[in-house]
Design a protein around this ligand. Sequence first.
Ligand SMILES: Nc1ncnc2c1ncn2[C@@H]1O[C@H](COP(=O)(O)OP(=O)(O)O)[C@@H](O)[C@H]1O
Ligand SMILES: [Mg+2]
Length: 514
Amino acid sequence: MTASLASLVPAAPPHHSVAAVAAQLPGAQVRGPADAIVSGLTLSSNRVQPGDLFAALPGLKTHGARYAAAAIAEGAAAVLTDTEGAPAVPDGVPMVVVDAVRSRLGALSAWFYGHPAEDLVVVGVTGTNGKTTVAHMVQAALAEQMGLVGLLGTIMVAVGDVHIASQRTTLEAPELQAAFAAMRERGVAACVMEVSSHAIDQHRVDGFQFDVAAFTNLSRDHLDYHGTMDAYFQAKAALFTPDHAKQAVINLEDAWGATLARLATVPTVTMSQDAGADWRLRPGAPSRGHTAFTLDGPAGAHLAGAVDIPGDYNVTNAALALLVAVHAGAEPAAAAQGIARLPGVPGRMEKVPGPVHAPMVVVDYAHTPESVAQVLAALRPHTKGRLIAVVGAGGDRDLGKRPLMGAAAATGADLVYVTDDNPRSESPAAIRATVFEGASRAMRHHGPAQGQVFEVAERAEAIEQAIAAAGPDDTVAILGKGHETTIDYSGILVEHSDRAVAQAALDKARGVGL
Ligand SMILES: Nc1ncnc2c1ncn2[C@@H]1O[C@H](COP(=O)(O)OP(=O)(O)O)[C@@H](O)[C@H]1O
Ligand SMILES: [Mg+2]
């Protein structure tokens, strides 16, 4: 994945005068030449293209206006900022000044690129866990019939054969609308995207309506940002209003889903394995990681599908994806075929191939207590021997979930290796200590008699030790980083792929005639 986001802009860029931009923003003032022309929009100074309007927003740590001079030097033709930022913009630069810029940037970006989402079928997937998996499944379902379908999510931004590694789950509004405009230009019929709670709260998905908005589930995460579960829920619930969506498909797996279905103010269909939902999911018996399922709906409607990715929760993900694709206009059988053919999602229940007598090794992105529990529960039926987990927790994120991550691993596995994930600016040892504490306490209370918790600082070493300790009947679950290819130590990105390290360890085992 070498292309950059700068390549995902329309070949025929829009041209707007600074005055026309200001006219879109009630209360805005223009300073400098109002007839200056801008042909692109961005809020990241390191992505400025010649002719761009640079949106300089107040940030958590600093104000974007500090980068206005650099943006102009890179070719930006004008600056959009607020009264706080205006003094930092060099004299004579065409400028639009308006307050609360971030809350207006979504609608402005949609207008700027000519409302491209109106010419695409756009699907948005939100929820604590399952966004990436469901989005990949919906893309596969729609592509079966619609051909080129764009995908915007945690792992990548993909349009046809252009694949760009993502820096965040949901793009900022200018990049998002530019991507939609590029898709429209290239004849893409539909786009599926993950919508994080941060993105909704920061107005990144303002200015257009999703044809279908989907909800997977809600559990503890991101409380460092939202503070409370209720605020976290409210942030996501905003997606299920006419400002953001035309219709909704809601999984009733947890109580939050039921609350959302009651509060949603758009036409809504619900799904559950229990009676009472519009669509009743009935999973078949899993065999070798393949599971068929049926959905019974209103007025005798019936859908059938299958998924080739292990884990009960992936049957729920696949069923939700099928319902979403059908409500987005796909033909049911074609959509089901697309999902059934999906070989997997990178870093989600991804098996690492090894020699015959080697342990089963799986890489998964589980990074919440809920998903750690789900993944281990899904792997237990496929494990004759011991279940071994490698787990850590991210720095500069929700502190309270760390001991819970350790506890979930120790409750679901027989052996636990606590190691680094992405310490970011925090002390790796301090993070490991809280995860280790949570795991040890749980292992003492719930774990098997022989249950053990180890702490191995270096992640590659932890993976090698776990695989070396595992026998042919055991399973090793490497959790938390999934598709990631680096470890963030205080902003220094060290190359690391769980998949590659595990592969090398298995190949080494292959070398000693196992
Ligand atoms: N429906 C689900 N319920 C609970 N856990 C899930 C579900 N789907 C996936 N997971 C777990 O959460 C992890 C993240 O899944 P992913 O699809 O990447 O979700 P997200 O994009 O919301 O982070 C997976 O690796 C898996 O362990
Ligand atoms: Mg994701």
